[in-house]
Design a protein around this ligand. Structure first.
Ligand SMILES: Nc1ncnc2c1ncn2[C@@H]1O[C@H](COP(=O)(O)OP(=O)(O)OP(=O)(O)O)[C@@H](O)[C@H]1O
Ligand SMILES: [Mg+2]
Length: 281
């Protein structure tokens, strides 16, 4: 708790956790990063942006009655679906098995942004657990966040898919800064090599800066924690994965927000304006 900067007037940081390839650990890293940041005294919310295949609630052992589905159908406000998770984090659950969520309409994006804006003054950090792939939802959520944490594993397929995601965010959405976390690595050397491969191609072919956010080792404690539906950081705090996520949280908390000029408010508003234009087109 003590390392915290709590309740300051700092603007809300919105960080999307994305990957391209599925199954690289986005949901687990997001959930545990949220817990680690909350334990540093930050007011944290995690939004399950993997609409249609949501499982953040499962990883956190929650059984929410309502979800983003209700918000998107206009049946509930965002504040009504937020539930409290471990370590006092707030969680916005989504629904699984609803094809209608797999491609948000412009009007739904608009409504969701307006709802997200209502949380702005209650939070320090909003983490988005973005789905795998490069669907319109993925690109929209990733571009709605001012910061993008791209996850990959040392497998070449994860590198290819992470590059595809970075490419689309850079070329279509003008993003130039990315943070990269290598998950499930066997060693620091393996992780560093994976990061360097991505950084090299991203810089050379896209001219974007890809910064190293660190690595999380492959650790059996993570799937064990998933089976118990508890964040590994709480169920097995001393394990290598938990310690690595703790280091990631320290880095994230200590990093300048990297917001576009005008702060989050401006950022949401610009997106609202973009969505309105697209909706009319
Ligand atoms: N550091 C790790 N060490 C070992 N296993 C891990 C680690 N991180 C994640 N896993 C395991 O990898 C699997 C996928 O994790 P997770 O669901 O977080 O990935 P994801 O990227 O969110 O997947 P999806 O793309 O389907 O949303 C889970 O079984 C989880 O237990
Ligand atoms: Mg996931």
């Amino acid at each position: 708790m003590a390392e915290a900067v709590c309740g300051t007037a700092a603007p809300l940081r919105v960080i999307a956790v994305a990957s391209g390839k599925g199954g690289v650990g986005k949901t687990n890293v997001t959930a545990n990063l949220a817990v680690a940041l909350a334990r540093r005294g930050l007011r944290v919310c995690v939004l399950d942006a993997d609409l249609g295949l949501a499982n953040l609630d499962v990883v956190l052992g929650l059984t929410p009655a309502k979800s983003l589905l209700h918000v998107l159908r206009g049946e509930a406000r965002l504040a009504d679906v937020v539930v409290e998770g471990p370590a006092g984090i707030r969680v916005v659950p989504a629904a699984s098995g609803f094809a209608e969520l797999t491609r948000l309409e412009a009007s739904q994006q608009l409504a969701l942004l307006a709802e997200m804006e209502t949380l702005e003054h209650e939070l320090d950090v909003l983490l988005l657990d973005v789905g795998a792939g490069i669907s319109s939802n993925v690109l929209w959520f990733a571009s709605a966040a001012a910061e993008t944490l791209v996850l990959l594993t040392p497998e070449p397929t994860a590198l290819t898919d992470a590059y595809a995601l970075v490419k689309l965010l850079a070329t279509r959405h003008g993003r130039t800064d990315f943070q990269v976390l290598v998950n499930m690595a066997a060693s620091a050397v393996d992780a560093d090599a994976a990061y360097r491969r991505l950084a090299r191609v991203a810089e050379r072919f896209l001219g974007v800066r890809v910064e190293y956010a660190g690595w999380v080792p492959f650790d059996d404690a993570v799937p064990r924690a998933v089976r118990c539906q508890q964040p590994v950081l709480l169920s097995a705090p001393g394990t290598p994965a938990s310690l690595a996520i703790g280091r990631l949280a320290t880095r994230v908390a200590g990093r300048p927000a990297g917001l576009p000029s005008g702060g989050t408010q401006f950022f949401f508003r610009r997106l609202l304006a973009d969505a309105a234009v697209e909706g009319r087109a």
